[in-house]
Design a binder for this molecule. Structure first.
Ligand SMILES: C[S@@+](CC[C@H](N)C(=O)[O-])C[C@H]1O[C@@H](n2cnc3c(N)ncnc32)[C@H](O)[C@@H]1O
Length: 463
């Protein structure tokens, strides 16, 4: 943290330089236009009482408004404390912290949040650069930034959910769809003018997005169908762009399914390359009301059951989530009568790493793999020679996909139950890890994903 040089010095307010981030974050704050404002009145009468914090180059870190007011009322000098800062990051943190008590617009809070997240990302990177302890994963370090709740608290949004909703409105200003971006701009203006609640603005933007999506779905349906099918360089693998909830496959045609759906982790859209370059427009929707999400999972399970042969196995990778202190366990929807599969066993996957860590909890290194079957499972005659806890290191640095599983996961699943001639499917294939493993084990497979970019970047058979 900063080391405090105790003496209070005096400087001419004109000699102090504003921090550029102050203008960037709070730039649209109304400065004191009213000459009789109580704030100016007090500075005029008493001068500046609380010292301005500056760095060693006389750049203001805390006290921009007091310096402006001092200039406005013509004070000759103001008290300053000069501090040494370890880095730009500690400067930025204090700059934001010193604005904590002020009333801020939603835009200002969002710019603060953006800056804090940048600070935290840079910190994580620095830690990664200096770290020698390999017991924590690089993925954890990459992504172990401030959690949503913490950012929300620091900038004054009340809760992580409120922050997330406000950020959704903010980000939607950059939407490719002009209707969505216009709605977002209008809603943000209303928020800043305190004429609209964050929940209502969020609902307006989501509605605009839904309308835009419906229109684009309609035009997609009319466009050439050939776009959706894609062969791969590996003759054993068929890759298709499609919806896992409406598979372009006949009834009872698949023997083994290995898949991992989005986990509803609250990221509005997983950008491809969360850990590398963000690519505009690529990514999947991963933020639904939980009830809706679980219903969706049940619909997917039913559709996958339709395409599975009798005796088929489904390996469904998920995790136990903790949201606002509440545990959400996959068994909640897997045990529902709406799930036509028989849940046969829960496998604990020890990933040895996590990418969503809340520091006040034990690090969640475990994921779950649910082995489900359609009727009596087809298993090899000599049985399954594997324990129900799998130690497989989770993070994969070799793909741009934000949430791939390591190849060993589908390999173990397929090896455990596979018999000659089986057809393997991953209906949410992402970087197509399942297809890769299936091919290596000598099985034909089909990989499907909603996102064409993921399919194209999977480079199956091109290694
Ligand atoms: C957790 S990732 C799967 C990653 C994959 N196991 C791998 O190793 O790369 C979930 C995938 O589901 C895809 N997805 C999301 N909604 C989908 C849908 N309705 N139909 C098909 N794929 C979908 C996403 O694009 C994403 O690639």
């Amino acid at each position: 943290m900063a080391s405090d040089v105790e003496e209070i010095e005096r400087r001419r307010p004109e000699s102090l330089e504003p921090h550029p981030k102050n203008e960037e974050i709070y730039g649209d704050r109304e400065l004191e236009s009213d000459e009789d404002s109580p704030f100016l009145e007090s500075i005029r009468e008493n001068g500046v009482l609380t010292p301005i914090i500056v760095d060693q180059n006389d750049q203001i870190i805390s006290g921009h408004r007091r310096v402006e007011a001092a200039k406005q009322v013509g004070l000759e000098t103001v008290p300053v404390k000069v501090r040494e800062f370890e880095s730009d990051l500690t400067r930025l943190e204090l700059l934001i912290h010193s604005n904590r008590q002020r009333s801020k617009t939603v835009s200002q809070k969002l710019r603060e949040a953006e800056t804090l997240e940048q600070v935290e990302r840079r910190r994580a990177k620095e830690r990664q650069g200096t770290r020698t302890d390999t017991s924590r994963s690089s993925e954890q370090e990459d992504e172990g930034g401030l959690t949503r709740d913490k950012v929300a608290e620091k900038v004054g949004f009340g809760s992580g959910t409120t922050y997330h909703r406000a950020k959704t409105v903010w980000d939607a200003r950059e939407s490719d769809d002009p209707t969505v971006s216009t709605v977002a701009e209008q809603q943000l203006e209303k928020l800043d003018a305190e004429e609209q609640s964050i929940s209502a603005a969020y609902a307006e933007v989501k509605e605009a997005e839904r309308r835009a999506q419906d229109e684009s779905d309609e035009s997609d349906e009319n466009s050439e169908k050939t776009e959706s099918a894609s062969t791969s360089a590996d003759p054993r693998v068929t890759l298709l762009q499609g919806d896992a909830g409406a598979l372009p496959l006949p009834d009872e045609s698949v023997d083994i399914i290995v898949t991992s759906p989005p986990y509803n982790l609250g990221h509005e859209r997983w950008a491809m390359g969360w850990r590398s370059l963000r690519e505009e427009g690529v990514g999947y929707y991963d933020d639904r009301p939980e009830d809706e999400y679980q219903e969706w999972q049940q619909e997917l399970l039913s559709e996958w059951h339709r395409v599975a042969v009798d005796g088929a196995s489904l390996f469904y990778v998920h995790k136990v989530r903790i949201d606002g202190g509440e545990v959400i366990h996959p068994v909640e929807w897997l045990r529902s009568p709406a799930n036509p599969w028989a849940v046969r066993q829960e496998i604990i996957w020890n990933r040895k790493a996590t990418h969503n860590h809340e520091p006040t909890l034990f690090r969640p290194h475990d994921a779950r793999i649910y082995w489900m079957t359609k009727g009596t499972p087809d298993v090899p005659e000599d049985g399954i020679d594997l324990a129900s806890i799998w130690d497989v290191y989770g993070p994969r640095p070799d793909t741009e996909h934000p949430a791939p599983f390591p190849e060993e996961i589908p390999r173990c699943c397929i090896e455990a139950v596979g018999t000659d001639g089986d057809l393997v499917l991953d209906p949410m294939g992402g970087s197509m890890t399942t297809c890769r493993a299936a091919s290596e084990l000598g099985y034909d497979s089909i990989g499907i994903d909603l996102d064409r970019e993921y399919i194209l970047s999977s480079c199956i058979g091109e290694e």
